[in-house]
Design a protein around this ligand. Structure first.
Ligand SMILES: [Zn+2]
Length: 274
């Protein structure tokens, strides 16, 4: 376990947004995060920022074993929300996400990657019943309890990574990742896999917590999304654009969710162009 003094002020490491080794500067070593709260001791990890594109990332990179241990000690990936007010809030939140998606995607298959308790899928099903766009929704998830619950409710949920759940090449109109990309061990590899499965002009739509949002800026170095090693990557406007464009997408929309942004997120709609 490194001490503060063991964290160098600057290191040269691969930036996933630039795709090159770049000098990264030390940003912060936050409090240790156990999956539901911060503990009164420093994390084993720190946040570093690419000096070129301002992409932020965890360092050192946790081992897969460390990540597995972290996730298995967590109570669950996403809590089940109950209570009238909370459910109403949640539905409003996800209805806005659905409306955002349907600004760009009007027909075809939408894959909700890491669908959790299926809040987006539930909202999409309700919204679809009101006005039927030609959209079909499926979800992928690892949390088997959530999967069983959703399957009982009639949703098509696949267990595993996108490349192992029976999707045909060029068959997907949209991959939807709501607070998922920042958890992935290798987002570049995942986005490349999505490219192979996307149809011509298909979209990747993401919601990710970003240090560029107003609530994040007001919290500064004590930003509550600096939850290591749960979050591995912190996308900023410029770095998210660089990442997508480097991989052959055109970013059609990138902005902070407005006016209420409890998840400190930016929304990005990126269209596959090559
Ligand atoms: Zn960079």
């Amino acid at each position: 376990m490194p001490f503060v003094s063991e964290f160098p002020l600057s290191i040269k490491i691969l930036c996933i947004a630039c795709g090159l080794e770049r000098p990264h500067v030390f940003v912060v070593r936050p409090q240790s995060w156990n999956g539901s709260s911060f503990r009164d001791r420093p994390s084993d990890y720190a946040v570093y920022e690419c000096q070129y594109c301002k992409m932020q990332r965890i360092w050192p990179m946790p081992t897969l074993e460390a990540l597995r241990a972290f996730y298995s000690s967590k109570r669950r990936d996403e809590p089940l929300v109950t209570g009238v007010r909370l459910v109403a809030n949640r539905m409003w939140n996800y209805y806005n996400k659905y409306r955002f998606l349907t600004r760009f995607v009007h027909s075809g298959l939408v894959v909700d990657v890491g669908c959790g308790q299926g809040y987006f899928l539930e909202t999409a099903r309700l919204a679809k019943a009101l006005g039927n766009l030609g959209l079909r929704f499926i979800g992928t998830e690892y949390d088997t309890t959530a999967v069983e619950r959703l399957r009982r409710r009639g949703f098509d949920i696949r267990i595993g990574d996108i490349w192992e759940v029976g999707l045909e090449p060029r068959s997907v109109a949209c991959f939807y990742l709501c607070h998922v990309l920042e958890h992935l061990y290798d987002p570049v590899k995942s986005l490349r896999e999505m490219k192979l499965l996307l149809s011509n002009g298909g979209y990747v739509i993401i919601h990710v917590p970003s240090p560029d949002t107003r609530p994040a800026r007001s919290q500064g170095l004590k930003w509550i999304m600096y939850r290591l090693p749960e979050h591995l990557w912190f996308f900023r406007d410029r770095s998210a654009v660089m990442l997508f464009e480097r991989l052959g997408f055109r970013v059609k929309y990138i902005r902070e969710t407005w006016p209420i942004n409890p998840s400190h997120e930016i929304r990005v709609a990126a269209q596959l162009v090559k």
